[in-house]
Write a protein that binds this ligand. Structure first.
Ligand SMILES: *[C@@H]1O[C@H](CO)[C@@H](O)[C@H](O)[C@H]1NC(C)=O
Ligand SMILES: [Zn+2]
Length: 240
């Protein structure tokens, strides 16, 4: 009997520490509760919905985008906090394990706020969990990976770049995301594999290591595939 309890104890301790490795605490703090944007947040989105969404997106990023089934590959994030804050400027900004969302932006958004907030969080939460080569990766690529998540999750907003548009691979955001999607067609799981290489550093040769072709050749082939659309030729339908 004593042996049995001992074994149970070991098992419990082991499983608790196992879950402790990858479980992230989700926290949402509305610092703008009394402002029009903060009130709109409570009414149309709310803290419970946001916490559930954080879990959904976190798992989507780990499993589908970065393909980190081994917890040792994941960026350790004990707590991720979202602050709803009154400030003018970027709609949202990721910093460390946290994200600030502008209540001024939420207040002024015309359309389905819950959908737009979800789309925004697919981008920002990717920043929390992606590797950036300890700051050595080009900003355009880091932003491209974040927008790639949005694209794959079917949360690309109206006006999101069409495939084949843009004038360089690291232009950023939706332009780079479309190019990464092309690379994924050549090497399945490309973004996850590239992210893994970007843990400590960045080298443009990573593209060649993963696809067999240098990034400039990939970009040329990508542009050719879509008929060499020149920047400015593409049909844009920006609404915001
Ligand atoms: C985000 O909001 C927090 C809390 O108000 C603040 O301390 C922090 O400086 C802000 N971060 C950025 C990058 O603006
Ligand atoms: Zn970003």
């Amino acid at each position: 009997m004593a042996h049995y309890y001992f074994f149970l104890c070991i098992l419990l301790t082991f499983s608790l520490s196992f879950y402790g490795i990858s479980a992230v605490n989700y926290q949402v703090i509305n610092l703008a509760e009394k402002t029009p944007g903060g009130i709109r947040f409570t009414k149309e989105i709310g803290i419970p919905f946001t916490k559930t969404l954080m879990g959904t997106i976190n798992n989507y990023v780990w499993n589908t985008i970065l393909q980190q089934s081994d917890p040792a590959d994941r960026k350790p994030v004990p707590t991720m906090t979202i602050y709803i804050m009154e400030y003018k400027g970027a709609e949202a900004i990721a910093w460390g394990d946290n994200i600030n969302v502008s209540s001024v932006y939420l207040q002024g958004y015309q359309g389905n706020l819950k959908w737009q907030f979800t789309s925004l969080l697919y981008h920002e939460i990717t920043h929390v969990f992606q590797w950036d080569g300890e700051g050595k990766a080009p900003t355009g690529l880091v932003e491209g990976v974040a927008d790639y998540t949005k694209l794959k999750a079917n949360y690309a907003q109206v006006g999101y770049a069409k495939a084949g548009t843009g004038n360089k691979w690291d232009q950023g955001y939706d332009f780079t995301a479309r190019f990464l999607d092309y690379c994924d067609g050549i090497t399945p799981g490309f973004v996850g594999k590239l992210n893994k290489k970007m843990r400590k550093t960045f080298d443009v040769k990573f593209f060649q290591e993963l696809t067999g072709k240098p990034v400039d050749t990939l970009w040329k082939n990508y542009k050719a595939k879509y008929g060499n659309i020149k920047h400015g030729d593409e049909i844009t339908e920006f609404v915001n």
